[in-house]
Design a binder for this molecule. Structure first.
Ligand SMILES: NC(=O)c1ccc[n+]([C@@H]2O[C@H](COP(=O)([O-])OP(=O)(O)OC[C@H]3O[C@@H](n4cnc5c(N)ncnc54)[C@H](O)[C@@H]3O)[C@@H](O)[C@H]2O)c1
Ligand SMILES: [Zn+2]
Ligand SMILES: [Zn+2]
Length: 378
């Protein structure tokens, strides 16, 4: 077995505030798995939450959950059914590979699967394919650990898409685009002619703006504290943009733009204050959709009397309420056809060794998505 192991370079989370790029060894795919040569991996704020210790996660774990690559080999039993990945396919990796059997999967809500393959970040002995040269097992974040030159993943996590899609854009379908577009189209179910406020314009919020355009929203108000983000949102189709100074001025400006309140408000940062802002700017009967994730344990306040009296609906949106096997190919089709300008989200292509400054930029809200590209020319 060990003769079949291949070398891998991966960004490994070592504990809060600590990571480094390591040389590791990867086993061939086991039953129901495929090996993937990674082409690109986005840097999502959820990776930063992990690095900053906002969420309790095990270590060592190969980081990253937003990536695309080429299938190199199939494990035993893969390829038996239509739609399953084949060698040479461009695949987008899903950070939830549904078990297919739990109540959520049976309901068609794969994004809420109770027992996804990759749960526990592939640290159980039977799931470990990645090791340090001394044999120490290394976990794989959400079962896909995309910040690595190669990975072995569950076949259900590798979704073939149109190979015409550039790899950096394909990678972003794996989290930001599916999350943001789906929050609008699937979770909130925005309809043509409605008004939408999107608070926070990172990869996720900008994708929500794209989703609102796809849904035919009449007015799309984009909010961020970084001016360049407002320009980007306008380029993606936002009709209005508000520079958030924080406090009541932002709320007043939003209510001036959407008198009486917006049909939909989406929060795509992960702050209690902006979740509360979203609740304050929807119309009676409107829908607030929370997409941004706070550190674990953070609570937001609701003025219960007003919330009830105004009949407001509050939704949480995980992975854009998407079934990746259906949604990735659909979104790839939109991108290839020019209906979803995912290319505008790619702020910069970077090397795996340049992750630290990319995380710093994410902290400042600087730029849309930085994407690690693995065959970056020297
Ligand atoms: N629900 C899900 O399934 C899901 C999936 C992916 C990411 N997320 C979460 O979504 C959030 C956003 O992710 P991202 O990668 O787009 O992050 P990001 O850091 O790229 O974007 C956040 C944006 O918010 C802006 N911002 C920060 N504080 C602000 C404030 N006080 N007022 C206005 N704007 C402010 C920043 O300038 C930045 O543009 C994160 O919490 C992430 O963990 C959730
Ligand atoms: Zn993400
Ligand atoms: Zn399930």
């Amino acid at each position: 077995m060990s003769a079949d192991r291949v070398p891998v370079r991966a960004a490994v989370f070592l504990g809060p505030a600590e990571f480094r790029v390591e040389e590791l060894l990867l086993d061939p795919p086991g039953p129901g798995e495929v090996s993937v040569r990674m082409l690109a991996s986005g840097v999502c704020h959820s990776d930063l939450h992990v690095l900053d210790g906002d969420w309790e996660r095990p270590a060592p774990v190969a980081m990253g959950h937003e990536g695309a690559g080429i299938v190199e080999a199939l494990g035993p039993g893969v390829g038996a059914h239509p739609g399953s990945p084949a060698v040479g396919d461009l695949v987008v990796l899903a950070w939830t590979a549904p078990c297919g059997a739990c109540p959520a999967c049976v309901r068609g809500e794969a994004f809420l699967c109770a027992d996804p393959r990759g749960a526990g970040h592939r640290r159980a002995a039977a799931d470990v394919r990645l090791r340090r040269p001394d044999g120490t097992p290394v976990g794989v974040y959400s079962g896909i650990g995309t910040m690595a030159t190669r990975q072995v993943v569950a076949a259900e996590a590798a979704i073939p898409v149109d190979p015409a899609l550039p790899a950096a854009e394909a990678a972003l379908l794996g989290c930001a685009v599916t999350t943001g577009v789906g929050a609008v189209t699937r979770t909130a179910r925005v309809r043509g002619g409605e008004t939408v406020v999107v608070i926070g314009l990172g990869g996720v919020g900008l994708s929500a703006v794209m989703g609102a355009v796809l849904a035919g929203a009449a007015r799309i108000v984009a909010v961020d504290r970084v001016p360049a983000k407002l320009e980007l949102a306008r380029a993606l189709g936002a009709t209005d943009a508000v520079l958030a100074g924080g406090g009541p001025a932002t709320r007043a400006e939003l209510l001036r733009l959407v008198p009486g309140g917006t049909d939909h408000a989406l929060e795509a940062i992960g702050l209690a204050a902006t979740a509360e802002l979203a609740l304050e700017v929807v119309r009676p009967g409107g829908t607030v959709t929370l997409v941004g994730m706070t550190p674990q344990g953070v609570r937001a306040g609701i003025d219960v009397y007003t919330f009830v009296e105004r009949g407001i609906r509050l939704l949480g949106s995980n992975y854009g309420s998407a079934v990746p096997a259906e949604v990735f190919p659909e979104l790839a089709g939109h991108a290839v056809a020019g209906r979803l300008p995912v290319d505008l989200l790619v702020e910069q292509r970077i090397d795996l060794d340049d992750l630290a400054p990319a995380f710093e930029a994410l902290r400042r809200g600087d730029g849309a998505r930085r994407v690690v590209v693995f065959d970056l020319p020297a």
